[in-house]
Structures are given as C-alpha cells and as structure tokens.
Design a protein around this ligand. Structure first.
Ligand code: OOG
Ligand code: MG
Length: 252
C-alpha cells in the first residue's frame, strides 16, 4: 500500500495545482485518513500557512444526502483559505468549487472532549454568517468517507461575515443563499444538528479523539445547512442569516 505521506503529498499537490486525482483504490481506516490529513496540512504550515480553526462536515441531512455519506467529519482551516468578506477569489484556484451556507463560531476559550452545550456556549466569543467554498481534490467530486477525510474534508475557502453577539438563539434562524441575485438555497440553522451549537459540541469531542483541542481564537465552521451549489467564474454569492446579517463574495 502507498504510504500515508505519499498520499498526503499527492492531495496537497492536487490542491496547489487545482488538478484532481482519482479516488483511492486501497481502503484506508478513518484513523489513517486523519493521519493523511495531518500530514498534508503539515505541508501547508511548512509553506507559511497558519491554522485558524476547524470545519465540521455532514452535520445536516441535506449535506449527507447530497454526498451520500452519513458520518460527521472534520477538517483543518488555515489563514490561506480566507476570502475577504465582500471580496473575491479566482476560479483558477479551484478544481470544481461549490458553496454552502454555514455559521461560524469564534472561541475565546479552549474546548476539548465531552462537553455540554452550556460549556460550549460559554467559550464562544462571537458568531457570524459564513460561506464555505468546498472543493474536492478528487475527480468528479466523488469520494468515500476516508477519501474525503484525507482530503481535509474538501476545505478550500471560507468567507466570514461580521462577528455578532453570541447571545442570539441559533436554533432556528432563516437562511437565504443567493447566486447572482437568485435565491438558490433556502433553509434554517435548525438543519445543522437541530442547532449549530451542537456542532461545536461535536467538534470538541472529535478533535479530542485525535488528542487535540480547539484553541482560544480559533474559528469553528458548523457545517453546511443546505446542499452545496456549484460555482462558475463570475458568480456573486450572498448569504443572509436572520439576526446574524449577510456575507458575500465573488468568484472571478
Ligand atoms: C465534504 C465537506 C462537507 C459540510 O459542511 O458538510 C462540508 C464535501 O461535501 O465535499 O463541508
Ligand atoms: Mg462545509
């Protein structure tokens, strides 16, 4: 079997050159897939990128149904993935970008392990509406659970709106995601594990399983509330979440 470092190298190169690779033929364990993810992120850190948090995946039925997978996954996010709110990102950076509406948490305290929602809430400095640009490094955006974990759970870009007071009840806020002015996905934050806060609770547990913790200052992306939408050069994407506000960007 190909060694894990080689697979990490291959996925990192696919990301760097926006050139997709075939799905893996040899099966991996979930632990090996996260080892590959760590090794591929180590390459990004070595190039000067900085870890800024984590993203959760498959925290809504809409996302699970779209990708035909049903287990929560997570990935690491870096400063190199940030797209300025109201700004733009070039289409050439991606293989086949898709966008999805999310909620972002900013932490003021570390979190790890089995915690209750009250503890999670107490560690939150602010919340924001956020767009995640996912991009699979696999041909045709098709993958198994371990493939996608190894590929940093399709992490590619993120746009974070203005940070808001975390006191707002996140359990059922209306979501509208528009592309070029037309509403393409409509939903509710309730789609994210019934409340995005539960995604933060799950995030703390999942990182601890890998011997890590969420750090003060980290951003945690709660996961897409709706199916993701494919993007083309020139698309302007705008997300509005009730009570949290709006965030937008353009793919150039
Ligand atoms: C995997 C990433 C899932 C989410 O929010 O559920 C994800 C993918 O769909 O490519 O980011
Ligand atoms: Mg996502």
């Amino acid at each position: 079997m190909t060694n894990l470092e080689e697979i990490a190298h291959e996925l990192d190169d696919a990301m760097l050159h926006a050139r997709p690779v075939p799905q893996r033929r040899e099966p991996l364990t979930v632990a090996q897939a996260y080892d590959i993810q760590s090794a591929s992120l180590a390459r990004r850190y070595a190039r000067g990128e900085r870890r800024i948090g984590m993203k959760m995946g498959f925290t809504s039925r809409a996302k699970m149904a779209q990708m035909n997978l049903s287990e929560m996954i997570w990935g690491r996010i870096t400063d190199g993935m940030l797209i300025e709110a109201g700004g733009s990102a070039p289409r050439s950076r991606f293989v086949h970008p898709r966008v999805e509406p999310e909620v972002a948490f900013l932490l003021k305290r570390p979190l790890a392990g089995r915690i209750d929602p009250m503890t999670a809430m107490a560690a939150v400095e602010a919340v924001a509406p956020a767009l995640e640009v996912i991009d699979s490094r696999y041909v045709d955006f098709k993958f198994s659970l371990t493939d996608v974990i190894a590929d940093n759970s399709s992490s590619s870009g993120l746009v974070i709106g203005a940070w808001a007071d975390p006191a707002v009840d996140l359990s059922n806020l209306g979501i509208v995601m528009q592309i070029d002015g037309a509403a393409r996905q409509i939903g509710s934050t309730a789609a994210i594990l019934s409340n995005p806060l539960y995604s933060l609770v799950a995030a703390a547990r999942l990182v601890a399983e890998r011997g890590e913790q969420l750090e003060a200052g980290h951003i945690v992306m709660a996961g897409g509330a709706t199916a993701a939408e494919a993007l083309q050069a020139g698309n302007h994407v705008r997300l509005r979440i009730e009570k949290l506000g709006s965030v937008a960007f353009t793919l150039t």
